[in-house]
Each structure stands twice: as C-alpha cells, then as structure tokens.
Design a protein around this ligand. Structure first.
Ligand SMILES: [Zn+2]
Length: 244
C-alpha cells in the first residue's frame, strides 16, 4: 500500500490462503487487497498450497506443527511452501491443523483451492467482495455445542466460516475414561451438496469451555450446498446442522 513504508499486510497472505486469519483480520485483509498489487499477487501465488498440503502424511504434518523449522524433513516441501511455513508460527499451525484433520478423516480434505492459471485470475482476487450467507445451526439432539457461521461464494468454490462454542462443564461430555484428555473430542465440518453427497471440509479437536473460529475452503459451489453439518468424529453423528 505505502511504497515507502512497511506494508503490515505483506505477511498475511499465507495465513489468509490457509484460512487461519480470524474473521476481523480476514475482512481487514480483503479490504486491503484491491488497493495492493503486491498482496494480491502473493495471494494468487499461494492459492494452490492447501491442496498441495492435503497429500502429506500425519508424520509430515506433525513435523510442520513443531516450532523449529529444522525439524521439517528435508525435501518435504516445495520451496514456495517451505518459505511460507517458515514465516509464521500461525501459518505452521494452520497447515498442521489442516493436514492432521485430513489424515484423521482418512479422506482427502477438500481444501482444493484452484491455483490461478492466468493474470486475470489475480484480478478476480482483487475485486471479489462477495456477500456471506449466514448459517444458523440447529442442534440435532442434546449436545454441548452451539455454532454460528457463514458461507461465501468464491471464484474457486466456497469459503465456510464457523465459530463453535462448547459448554464449559466437562460433565456435559461423554466420558472417555483413561484417555486423560479432559474431554477433548474431535469434530468435523461436513458440506452436503444438493445431490446429497457429503464432503468433509474441516476437522478440529476441542474440549469443554473452548470457542473455536475456523475457516475452510471447498471447490463445491455455494449454490450447490444444501446443508452444512458439524459431526462427531468418534461416531459420525451429526451434532449441528444448518441450511444456507
Ligand atoms: Zn499489501
């Protein structure tokens, strides 16, 4: 933005592409993009990384989650991804979360962001400011979760943002005796399209009293999404569902 000074947004590109910016930061960055060719170009350049990361093994993903980049196995990442990962811990954690989620589900996480093939695709990144469609989640039976969210049509598919809150009492959770993890359980976000096909687009682990704000990307068009569900990884049960 300012050619003579530091552009504080210049290092936000990877976190943005990986969906690890909090909603207010993301909005701020998206307002910045149309006026900044550097950041727009960087976002376009990185847009294929989430799909690339989806093919990593759990061990590789764990290596990415460690603080020191010296732990990253040599040859694991392409130069571009490696450069990105060294930038910020937040980026590393986001990558680890994405990849671990994909591995846990035994299906490829569908953060298949299509890399822009032409300069006109970069222009799309700069000019798109689509409206979000609100998701009102309703509980399918008694459970300690509540959630709000939205879906936003993008040139490459749909971005899903959601915030999930957990009842503070561990007593509200099914006990998992012997695990010693204070009730932390795995959850997945699943998009059901108009043909009834369910696709997991994200997963996470959280325990009592926590609030998580997450973003996922899918190549499924927003118009083709009929339901967004939060499911228990342990038994596949749908806990919350929303119709866009
Ligand atoms: Zn910028």
């Amino acid at each position: 933005m300012n050619p003579n000074g530091a552009d504080k947004y210049r290092r936000w590109d990877a976190a943005y592409v990986l969906g690890s910016l909090i909603p207010s930061e993301r909005q701020e960055f998206e307002e910045h993009l149309p006026g900044c060719a550097d950041c727009s170009a960087a976002v376009a350049e990185l847009a294929g990384i989430p799909g690339l990361l989806a093919v990593l093994t759990p061990a590789e993903a764990e290596a990415l989650g460690r603080t020191g980049s010296e732990n990253t196995p040599p040859g694991l990442l392409t130069g571009l991804a490696a450069k990105t990962i060294r930038r910020r811990q937040r980026t590393r954690l986001a990558i680890a979360g994405l990849v671990l989620g994909a591995s846990a589900a035994s299906v490829g996480i569908t953060v298949a962001v299509t890399a822009p093939a032409t300069p006109t695709a970069q222009a799309t990144v700069q000019t798109q400011a689509p409206a979000a469609t609100r998701l009102t989640f309703e509980a399918a039976g008694a459970n300690p979760l509540t959630a709000t969210g939205s879906i936003t049509a993008q040139p490459w598919g749909t971005r899903v943002d959601w915030q999930c809150s957990y009842a503070p009492s561990p007593g509200a959770y099914p006990s998992r005796s012997g695990t010693g993890d204070a009730g932390a359980l795995g959850y997945s976000l699943v998009v059901v399209d108009t043909r009834g096909a369910a696709t997991q687009v994200g997963s996470w682990t959280a325990g009592p009293g926590t609030v998580v704000a997450l973003t996922a990307s899918t190549s499924i068009k927003a118009a083709d999404i009929s339901r967004v569900e939060i499911r228990s990884v342990a038994d596949g049960r749908t806990l919350l569902g929303a119709r866009p």
